[in-house]
Design a protein around this ligand. Structure first.
Ligand code: K7E
Ligand code: CUA
Length: 663
């Protein structure tokens, strides 16, 4: 067995090597490959024109979510989610710091993988994007009105939150599955006693349809396998969720060999409707835990953390008929469901074939009890009783599959660096196209829905080598855009990405435009406790060694702009309100020596940073965003006196106290 595995790995390594070397062999030739003559026209979006689609591409180890236009590949915005972002003050301002709170404390970084757009009746609806964090298990919800992170919920009893964050067809649930089996609940125990003693938490988070707020409705305590990826059933299979597993060996060391022993691992099929019913009737056990639930309040422009102390745990044995295992070719990675909900595809990354299961056959097999024993009490359905067929030798290292509306699947092959188009019913390969190089995920807008918008396909590649200008040892990761409207895949464009894109979600731009993204925050609705509505209300208040500055900004000055009476040892809070009520007029603010980032404040919003002056002097602050012809004049001074000095607090604008009538 071990030699076979070794040779698979050797093959994998050799294949990667061959692929990577190929381009440099044909010296002088470019890598244009099969680029058709009019590709440039197809991606050209003339100055001032808009793209037809949004692509939300995850940042992987950057922890963020980037917003691109398709077909141009232009980057519009990086939405900070799990990592601090000094460009926007996210995770630095007092208002946003609670978003990064967890049971492990304030965590300034995350690993974001799988964005998924909310759905209504099986189609993406453009309300929210959900995205998972792998490292310190969390799910975030981003508003597509503000393009800002509005909520982050921590997932207890989970580790390496990878089979996440996929949404059901009416956004009933977003799920989170643990990649790493761990003690559940966590406890101190020898690692090599893992087998049979670790568990795998699959969490179902209910989404409030009004607010989007997530709540962990229940957690299924599954056997201690690794749950790698997942997708919801849809249409006929709505009500089910499918999770790929690996390491059903339950190995705890040298996983590259020890977790590849079994010829087949499983796809876990979960009837969540059944479990929902069980829970509604009082099923499940409340277990003590501790996790952070962070929510953003758009009236107060502030996030808060709530500590949750309980989670409802469901044991599979208590809900017979709700969970089954479908044997699937060795160590599957992607677990994908086609738009009709009939075909469930497991991409066995180490196998020579891809497994296509049939939902109809699965129901029949359950009815007939066509089982091949069980794993920890969960019935294993006989392979032949559930399998629709195998796609034999489609390529090397299949990872992920997306679909069009014409019955075709598109699968990425990491090792052979290609995207393969195949017909699901016939299990026949129709076309294949090289990608440069080593592709991970791919995305068709609306890919995780019943109605893919199937003009474009984006392949997200792990390795770029010679595709771009060299930038030292670290070169960018990259996306490649294909036109899939014809029989053959047509490569249109390469564009570099932020961080490492693991997955993406795409949607027609019109859907989001129709929802009218926010342009300004209305000043009159601003309920920030330190917000002010006009310059007349600005002031500076001392409370012990805290100094609170209620400040405003408008083209092109701050009020107040001269402040005295601050002392070394004080903690100074700048609560700054942008009084502008025009679209696209943010102002920034930064203070010399402040141990934080600048703030970029949108019209109508109040944001706070703190400054603890260490040195006596007169210290300037200024606007960091070029906002008007007089941007350079948008500045002010704070006088800092020695500790114990008796200079009183005073604040002025043009020599007067703001708001006081001039005589
Ligand atoms: Cu395949 Cu995290 Cu979805 Cu990366 S994962 S490629
Ligand atoms: Cu305000 Cu520059």
């Amino acid at each position: 067995m071990k030699t076979i595995i070794k040779s698979i790995f050797l093959f994998a390594i050799t294949a990667t090597f061959l692929v990577s070397c190929a381009p440099s062999e044909k010296k002088g030739k470019s890598n244009k490959g099969a680029i058709a003559g009019n590709a440039a026209e197809k991606v050209y979006v003339a100055p001032g024109e808009h793209d037809s689609h949004y692509a939300f591409i995850s940042g992987g180890f950057s922890g963020q979510l980037a917003v691109y236009g398709l077909p141009s590949g232009r980057l519009f915005r990086v939405i900070p989610v799990f990592s601090q972002d000094p460009e926007k003050g996210y995770g630095y301002s007092e208002e946003t710091k609670p978003m990064l709170q967890t049971s492990h404390g304030f965590i300034p970084w995350g690993d974001s993988h799988h964005p998924d757009i909310s759905q209504t009746k099986g189609s993406v609806d453009g309300r929210w994007v959900f995205i998972n964090e792998n490292n310190t298990p969390r799910i975030a919800r981003i508003s597509l009105k503000t393009f800002e992170t509005e909520e982050i919920i921590e997932i207890p009893n989970s580790a390496g939150n990878h089979s996440s964050s996929f949404v059901t067809e009416n956004s009933e649930y977003v799920v989170a599955g643990t990649r790493f089996a761990v003690p559940f609940p966590q406890r101190d125990m020898p690692i090599d006693e893992m087998k049979g003693n670790f568990s795998g938490a699959l969490s179902f988070l209910k989404i409030d349809q009004e607010t989007g707020h997530m709540n962990i409705e229940f957690q299924i305590k599954m056997p201690g396998f690794n749950y790698d990826l997942s997708h919801p059933g849809r249409g006929k299979s709505h009500g089910w969720f499918f999770f790929s597993t690996y390491n059903t060996e339950e190995a705890n060391t040298l996983m590259e060999v020890n977790a590849s022993q079994n010829d087949k691992d499983f796809i876990a099929a979960i009837n969540w409707k059944k479990i929902e019913e069980y829970v509604a009737n009082g099923g499940g056990k409340k277990m003590p835990t501790n996790y952070a639930h962070n929510t953003w309040n758009d009236d107060e422009h502030t996030a808060k953390t709530e500590w949750k102390k309980e989670v409802l745990v469901v044991e599979p044995k208590d809900v017979p008929g709700a969970i089954y295992f479908l044997p699937t070719a060795k160590s599957p990675h992607g677990c994908d469901v086609d738009p009709t909900g009939e075909y469930i595809i497991g991409n066995g990354k180490l196998a020579a074939a891809m497994t296509v299961h049939s939902f109809t056959k699965m129901l029949k097999a359950i009815e007939d009890k066509a089982f091949d024993g069980d794993a920890y009490g969960i019935p294993i359905i006989k392979f032949d009783a559930v399998n629709y067929g195998m796609l034999e030798n489609p390529g090397l290292g299949p990872l992920h599959t997306e679909f069009d509306t014409r019955g075709n699947g598109y699968t990425t092959f990491f090792i052979s660096s290609e995207v393969v188009k195949w017909n699901i019913k016939d299990l026949k390969v129709i076309d294949r196209h090289k990608v440069y190089y080593s592709v991970g995920h791919l995305m068709i807008p609306g890919g995780n829905s019943q109605t893919p918008d199937d003009k474009y396909l984006v392949a997200m590649n792990k390795i770029t080598k010679d595709r771009y200008l060299p930038t030292g040892p670290e070169v960018c990761q990259s996306a490649q855009l294909f036109d899939i409207s014809g029989e053959k895949l047509e490569l249109l464009l390469d564009f570099p990405t932020i961080g490492e894109p693991h997955y993406a979600a795409g949607i027609s731009a019109q859907i989001i435009k129709d929802l009218q993204p926010t342009k300004i925050f209305k000043l009159k609705d601003n309920k920030h406790p330190y917000g002010v509505k006009s310059e007349a209300e600005t002031k500076v208040v001392r409370k012990g060694n805290e100094v609170h500055i209620y400040m405003t900004m408008i083209r092109s000055h701050f009020s107040p702009d001269n402040i005295e009476g601050v002392k070394v040892g004080d903690k100074v809070f700048f609560h700054v309100t942008n009084l502008e009520q025009d679209y696209d007029v943010p102002h920034g603010i930064s203070m010399i020596g402040a141990n934080t980032s600048e703030l970029l404040i949108m019209p109508g919003r109040t944001t706070t940073f703190t400054w603890e002056p260490k040195q006596v002097g007169v210290w300037p602050f200024y606007c960091t965003d070029f906002c008007s012809a007089l941007h350079q004049e948008m500045q002010g001074y704070v006088r800092v006196s020695p500790k114990g000095s008796n200079v009183p607090i005073s604040f002025t604008l043009d020599g007067d106290i703001p708001g006081e009538e001039e005589e």
